[in-house]
Design a protein. Structure first.
Lengths: 213, 418, 170
């Protein structure tokens, strides 16, 4: 019986690995607010030109503690509770790329591999023989190498770009699940409470059953 | 004061006698193990799903233009909306886990045998209603997996002879899974849990008529029963505590484990995801469906794989008491069946390849073979066990059962023909 | 086991049950909080709890109606004559000095919902008239003719320096 359970547990962990094709870089997402804020900067600078984040509002960025003036610059005359729409119109995007750049609000959750996928994709560009860029993770992509990893000349530049990618992923990870930190905090309290309660319930049960001969 | 109110009610409604007879004083076998906790747990998860579901429904919009956004609204804007959503999505998986263990307990200990056939069949009905509820609920977020899963499964009804195509259109309310489908699935998803509650009441009435079985599988004398309260109330609550710890670990720390990444993408009728896969609790039956290369054959096989359990009281012909405890052949078949379910689950999950197709077909054949073999194996095993001699405790129990039968002629011995 | 031991045992067991019930009960009560809290306005609704208004475009004597929390709010840029007229008396059915109803005398901010049955009054001559049942209000939003029982509500608002106010925040 016990062996069975061990096998079952191991089996559950093995299964998803068998599904992966290209090896993804395993990163540790920096969930600290400074990294998220730097990621927001990069995103609004580089990504926001083509991508929407329809489930994030400017007021959500304010709640991160980003400078109010910066947010006012970004939103222009849109109200504070407006969503982050892209700057490129749908028609222009279709003309340039042939398909609409996907919305990024949930991108960190919408691919197998999650944050690892997005990071690996951003730094997965390389120069092909024909002089155009390709991507190891998503070969059919129409998106250009915006972070410039394929043109990195030395290790320092490469590290810098990887750092930027990491920060963007931190922001996207937050954007996909803004309540994760709150959820974890509440979770620790709830589990601790339940352990205490279950222990009490156990002792009550044992006490009651000890009455039986 | 409280006694006065209770007395007033008792004159008009059997409150005290009902509670005493069916709840607190209800006689329960004293040797029930923790495997008997899972019925109570299933009832608890049902209440949890209904509660979270109703509060989610206060914010959800069942319209294809609004539904995906409304889920994000719940996750981001609604106070504790994220908690309600994750409780509900984890709760669905918890429900099936608890029910599968509950069924496994019933199969292992032979609790489906006479006189408990109706318990088994009402349980079967409840399982079907639960599967329908889960299937309809999965469409509601209107993600890629929601849409394509619903498309594939509603397509299966084409297998119906003569009216197949019309039935699919009637079911969907449209030629494809669309707004009409989403709206009606929401209405029915809200309704079915209340039908399930009704079914649970019937299931419990049946239980209180035949009373619980027990790990030995042999009907015990009345002296071996103890009142449900406080013994099993305290045991059930303790079990609930353990369950809640595991459940909350998933809800608070690993909620996304049970949500397919593709379902974070709004449904796109123009593009199928590379890999359509149902939730884990449907995987074995999905594998059976794919194992048969013919559409009608696949649908029939899948339906049969769920319904075949209903025949267990008649397939098992052994008169040895109870289930696997004193029956080594049956025990082996039980564990082989469990492994087979895991293999089928794996086959249902991975994208089909030449090897997995063969494995899936073998596992499907083995699945039905076990059921088909049972009538012969159970009889042969009975003869073998009697020849070999049963352990003295069992013989003593069987003998005491005979004594009890003579005292209470209406009580059946497990394994006796009806 | 002596008598007193047996009693102690029962006492301890009852105490254990009591403690467990209290701990469990607290958990059940705490578990209800998310459900009830989820019914409160969500964050996107709350962001609409305040509205910023630019007063620059409203000429003297002019009025603008803006939406705040889904309700109309009248912003009246009063001339000196209007202010003087309002200071003459304390109004009709619900006396109140004009000074108590404004922060700056030339700006009147009132919720444009008749206190009778909720219709939106029209600006007519001095003050407003509600055409549902004939109630009349003066240029301070005070009810001068019924059946409305109360003056038009003054919402919480504050000036944001210069020509801006934010309604919904004191």
């Amino acid at each position: 019986m016990k062996n069975f359970m061990v096998l079952l547990t191991l089996f559950c962990f093995a299964a998803p690995v068998w599904g992966a094709e290209t090896k993804l870089e395993n990163i540790r997402v920096d969930t600290g607010t400074p990294a998220i804020k730097r990621g927001a900067d990069t995103l609004m600078d580089i990504c926001h030109g083509c991508h929407t984040l329809k489930y994030i509002r400017y007021s959500d960025l304010a709640s991160l503690g980003i400078d109010k003036k910066k947010i006012d610059d970004w939103r222009g005359n849109q109200p504070l509770d407006a969503p982050l729409t892209g700057q490129m119109s749908d028609d222009a995007a279709m003309q340039t790329f042939g398909k609409l750049p996907p919305d990024l609000s949930l991108m960190a959750k919408a691919r197998e591999g999650g944050a690892n996928y997005v990071y690996s994709y951003l730094i997965g560009y390389y120069n092909t023989a024909e002089g155009v860029t390709g991507n190891h993770i998503f070969p059919e992509t129409k998106m250009p190498d915006v972070l410039g990893i394929s043109g990195a000349v030395d290790a320092t530049q490469r590290t810098e770009i990887q750092g930027k990618a990491n920060e963007v992923v931190s922001f996207l990870y937050w954007a996909a699940d803004p309540h994760e930190e709150e959820r974890h905090r509440l979770g620790y309290s709830v589990i601790a409470y339940l352990i205490v309660l279950t222990a009490l319930l156990y002792f009550v049960k044992v006490r009651i059953w000890s009455r039986l001969k | 004061m409280k006694n006065k109110i209770v007395k007033w009610i008792d004159h008009r409604f059997p409150l005290t006698s009902f509670v005493k007879h069916e709840l607190t004083g209800y006689p329960t076998p004293r040797n029930l193990s923790y495997w008997w906790n899972f019925g109570f747990l299933a009832g608890f998860v049902l209440v949890l799903q209904v509660a979270t579901g109703i509060f989610l429904a206060m914010h959800y919009k069942a319209d294809i233009a609004l539904s995906f956004d409304s889920i994000q609204h719940i996750m981001r804007d609604v106070n504790y909306g994220w908690l309600l959503r994750f409780m509900h999505s984890t709760g669905a998986s918890a429900f099936f886990l608890v029910i599968y263990i509950h069924m496994a307990r019933t199969l292992y200990y032979g609790s489906y045998r006479a006189p408990r056939e109706l318990m088994w069949w009402t349980g079967q009905g409840l399982l079907l209603m639960l599967m329908a509820t889960a299937f309809m609920g999965y469409l509601l977020p209107w993600g890629q997996m929601s849409f394509w899963g619903a498309t594939v499964i509603t397509n299966l009804f084409r297998a119906t002879p003569y009216f197949g195509d019309q039935i699919v259109v009637w079911l969907r309310g449209d030629y494809t899974v669309g707004d009409a489908t989403l709206t009606r699935f929401f209405a029915l998803h809200y309704l079915f849990p209340f039908l399930i509650i009704g079914g649970v009441v019937v299931h419990l009435v049946a239980l209180h008529t035949v009373r619980s079985s027990n790990p030995s599988g042999i009907d015990l004398a009345d002296k071996d029963n103890i009142p449900f309260h406080p013994y099993f109330t305290s045991k059930d609550f303790y079990g609930l505590g353990i369950f809640l710890i595991v459940y909350c670990i998933f809800v608070f720390f690993f909620p996304n484990l049970l949500i397919e990444p593709a379902n974070n993408i709004p449904a796109n009728p123009m593009q199928t995801p590379t890999h359509i896969v149902p939730e884990w609790y449907f995987l074995p039956f999905y594998a059976v469906l794919r194992a048969v290369p013919n559409l009608v054959g696949g649908v029939v096989a899948m339906g049969l794989s769920v319904m075949v359990f209903a025949f267990m009281p008649y397939l098992d012909r052994s008169r040895i008491p109870g289930g696997a405890r004193y029956r080594p052949w049956y025990r082996a078949m039980f564990f082989l069946f469990a492994v087979d379910m895991l293999v089928l689950g794996y086959v249902g999950y991975v994208p089909p390849s030449d090897q997995t197709i063969v494995v899936g077909q073998a596992a499907t054949f083995f699945y039905f073979a076990l059921f088909a073999l049972l009538p012969f194996a159970s009889k042969k095993e009975e003869q073998w066990l009697i020849r070999r001699g049963l352990p003295p405790e069992v013989e003593a129990l069987m003998a005491s059962e005979v004594k009890e039968i003579s005292k209470f002629p209406h009580r059946r011995r497990s394994g006796d023909k009806p | 086991m002596s008598e007193s031991d047996a009693l102690d045992d029962t006492g301890r067991r009852e105490f254990l049950v009591k403690v467990t019930s209290v701990v469990g009960g607290t958990g059940v009560a705490a578990a209800c909080i998310p459900f009830i809290a989820s019914m409160n306005p969500s964050s996107d609704v709350l962001s609409k709890a305040t509205t910023e208004v630019d007063l620059g475009g409203i000429p003297e004597g002019g009025m603008r109606t803006i939406a705040w929390q889904g309700k109309p709010v009248f912003i009246l840029h009063r001339t000196q004559e209007q202010i003087n007229a309002m200071n003459v008396s304390n109004g009709g059915m619900q006396p109140q000095p004009d000074k108590q109803r404004v922060q700056k005398p030339e700006w009147l901010v009132v919720v444009g919902v008749c206190t009778h049955m909720g219709c939106v009054p029209n600006k007519e001559g001095p003050g407003w008239t509600c055409h549902c049942h004939g109630s009349q209000y003066d240029d301070s939003g005070r009810v001068v003719r019924g059946p409305a029982p109360k003056n038009l509500e003054v919402p919480p608002y504050r000036f944001l320096g210069g020509d801006k106010i934010v309604i919904g925040e004191a």
